[in-house]
Write a protein that binds this ligand. Structure first.
Ligand SMILES: [Zn+2]
Ligand SMILES: [Zn+2]
Ligand SMILES: [Zn+2]
Length: 289
């Protein structure tokens, strides 16, 4: 959203006293019925604050990181904290990821002051990095399992071609986990965020899909714990869902209720469909016998 210059109609720079395009002074004296600035009663208002509705002159107008037009007061109050992930150039990608991971796990409440916008690319990169440790550990586990089986079963040692086959299956599973699962994670992230966004929209949120995608990706940080053998895989998905409720609430600045529906409606529906499918299969099997 932009505010036009009253003379040349080009977008003016909020806060600047004159137009950058035509040079006209934007500090115009009020004459007659025109609305005046709430702070400067002698100056003409050029726009209203999207937050509080106050009339604002050129000096008092601001635009925030989301492109909202705000008055100076509301702009100062607007929390717009950068996550470590947003400071990748300064911290380095690995450090930025690690610090954001800790933040999401231990202080999910800070989502409510964090900048809502982030590029689609940066969100997807975060989701990708979150998935790598668990895919790697899963791959290594299968690789180990298949080599172990060739040691345990005596038939393998007497038939070298069987042993070799086991090793190939192990390697193929490892390659699948490391090369195929991460890209699939990205596709799933986009689909999941898309469905969640529809539910959030029904709850009345106004911010873009990129905000939902960012919240969805950042809340995948606990999946790193999926790389911790045995306990990780059980705990991580639930931790993700809890973090996601915080993330949707914080980045969309919405209520707990709307955020919870956005985060949980899709997975619950999915579980119910799967559960329903299993029950139908069981009934079918019972009916046949
Ligand atoms: Zn102008
Ligand atoms: Zn305001
Ligand atoms: Zn003013």
């Amino acid at each position: 959203m932009s505010i036009p210059c009253p003379r040349c109609q080009q977008a003016l720079t909020p806060g600047a006293p004159s137009c950058a395009h035509c040079g006209a002074s934007l500090l115009i004296e009020v004459d007659g019925a025109e609305p005046a600035c709430a702070i400067h009663p002698t100056l003409r208002s050029l726009g209203t604050c999207d937050r509080c509705g106050a009339f604002a002159c050129a000096m008092c107008l601001r635009v925030d990181s989301r492109g909202q037009v705000l008055c100076q007061n509301c702009h100062e109050r607007e929390p717009d904290v950068l996550l470590p992930w947003d400071r990748r150039e300064e911290l380095g990608t690995f450090m930025a990821f690690w610090k954001t991971f800790v933040e999401v796990l231990l202080r999910p409440g800070s989502f409510s002051t964090v900048r809502a916008e982030g590029s689609v690319g940066s969100s997807l990169l975060f989701a990708l990095l979150s998935s790598l440790p668990s895919s790697f550990v899963t791959g290594v586990t299968y690789l180990g399992l298949f080599s172990f089986m060739t040691q345990v079963f005596p038939v393998a040692s007497t038939q070298p071609e069987v042993e070799q086959r086991f090793q190939w299956v192990g390697l193929a599973t490892f390659a699948f986990c490391v090369l195929v699962i991460p890209p699939l994670t990205l596709v799933f992230t986009l689909l999941n965020a898309g469905v969640d966004h529809l539910f959030l929209r029904m709850g009345g949120i106004t911010r873009d899909f990129a905000v939902t995608l960012r919240a969805n990706a950042l809340s995948q940080a606990p999946m790193v714990l999926g790389g911790v053998p045995i306990i990780g895989a059980q705990v991580a998905p639930f931790w993700v869902l809890v973090a996601r409720v915080f993330a949707y609430r914080g980045l969309h600045r919405t209520t707990w209720g709307v955020a919870a529906v956005g985060a949980l409606a899709a997975p619950l529906t999915f579980c119910m469909l799967c559960g329903g499918g299993y029950i139908a299969l069981i009934l079918l099997a019972v009916g046949r016998s």
